[in-house]
Design a protein around this ligand. Sequence first.
Ligand SMILES: Cc1cc2nc3c(=O)[nH]c(=O)nc-3n(C[C@H](O)[C@H](O)[C@H](O)COP(=O)(O)OP(=O)(O)OC[C@H]3O[C@@H](n4cnc5c(N)ncnc54)[C@H](O)[C@@H]3O)c2cc1C
Length: 386
Amino acid sequence: MEQDCKTNSSRRKGAIAIIGAGASGCICAYYLLKEGLEVTLFDSGSPLRTLLPTGGGRCNLAHAEYDPKELAKNYPRGEKFLYSVFSRFSTSDTLELFEEMGIKTYTQEDGRIFPESNSAKDVREKILNHIKNVQFVKEKVLKIEKLENGYKLKTSKAEYLFSNVIVAAGGHTGYEILKALDIKIIPPRPSLVGLNSDLHELSGVVIKNALSNNTGLSGDILFTHFGISGPLVYKISSIKAEAEFPYSLSFNLAPELENLQEILNNNPHKELKNILSGFLPKRMASYISGNYAEIKAHQIDGKTRDLILSRIYNFQLTITGINKGEETVTAGGVDLNEVNSKTMESKKYKGLYFIGEILDIDGFCGGFNLQNAWSTAFVAATGVKG
Ligand SMILES: Cc1cc2nc3c(=O)[nH]c(=O)nc-3n(C[C@H](O)[C@H](O)[C@H](O)COP(=O)(O)OP(=O)(O)OC[C@H]3O[C@@H](n4cnc5c(N)ncnc54)[C@H](O)[C@@H]3O)c2cc1C
C-alpha cells in the first residue's frame, strides 16, 4: 500500500474512491481489488486504526447467528434494510472472508466470535496485507462535488476525479461532507453507552441478571459513579437512543425471588437487611431496606413487605444523559430511504455509495456493528462492479 498518493489533481476516470479506511472501507477495497479494479482509499489517519480498540483489543468480529432474518433483529435501527444485505452476505460469509485472509476464529459461549489470536492488531495486519495494491491517500476529504460524469473529491491538498465514490466515513465525523449533496441525515445519537442517573451512592455494586421492566431484557447492571453501565445498560441505551432526557427506567433486581413472606417467616429473628443480602449485594440490600434495615423479620407487617417488594421489583432510576466518551457506536446517519439495499447506491446520485456506520444502522454489542461493516462493504463492492 502506498502511504501517499503522488498524483495531486490527478484525473482518475473509471477508478473508484473509498472515503474512510476503517472496517467497511478496507473490506470494500479488498473485494474491489479482487476483481482487478483500481481503488483509491482516502483517510487522514492510518488505515484500520479504528479496529484496534474493538472487543477490548480482541476484535469481536461477528456473532454466531447464521439466519439473516434473526441476525437483523439485533439492529434497533436498520433491521428491515439489513434483510436484503444479510441475504447476500451474512455471518458464514464473514467467517469465510476471514478464513481467506488467514484469520481463524472461534465462538465464545455467548455467541460472540473472535479471532483465534484474540488480537485486533493481528486482524488489522492481515487485512492490510490483503489490500497492499490499493492507492492510499493520507488526506481528509473535505468536499464531494457531483459532476456530469462522476465526482470531484476535494482535500486540503488536491482535487481528484472519480466515476464512483464509496462513502465509508464511519459514525463520527463523516456527515459534514454529505451536507452539500443534500443527502438526508437522521440526527446522530450515541449508542451502546453507560447512562447517567440521579443515584450515585451505589457505585461499585453489580446486580446479576436483573430484568429491565421497560424492555423485557435481562442482564447484569453495574452501578458507577455516574449512573449505570454494563451489557444490559448498553442494550437499553441502544433501544432508547432516540429518547429525550430525562427518562425513567425500572428494573426488577431479583426476578427469581418468588415469596419474600416465606423467607421472612422462616427467619423471624433476622434483620431485614440480612435477609435481603441473601439474594442482593449487601450494599443494595441496605439501600433497599432503608429505615427498616435493622427491623427483625417477625416485626415486618404486610404493608412494609409490599413496600420493600416494590423497591426490588420496580427499582426506579431517572436517566439524565449518557456517559460522554464511553459511546461505541452512533445511531442515526444516512437515511436508509436514500439508499438501495441491493447495491448500497444512493437513490439520488448514481455512482455514490454508502457503507458501514455512516448509515442509519446500529446494532447491539456482540459483533453486530462490524458485521454491518463487512456486509454492506461486500454489497457495495458487487454493486459498483455490477
Ligand atoms: C471502543 C470501541 C469498541 C468497539 N468494539 C466493537 C466490537 O468488538 N465489535 C463490533 O462489531 N463493533 C465494535 N465497535 C464498533 C465498530 O468498530 C464500528 O461499527 C466499525 O468500525 C464501523 O466501521 P466503519 O468502516 O463504518 O467506520 P470506521 O471503522 O469508524 O472508519 C471510518 C474511517 O473514516 C475516516 N474518515 C471519516 N471522515 C473522513 C473524511 N472526510 N475523509 C477521509 N476519511 C474520513 C475515519 O478517519 C475512519 O478511519 C466498537 C467501537 C468502538 C469505538
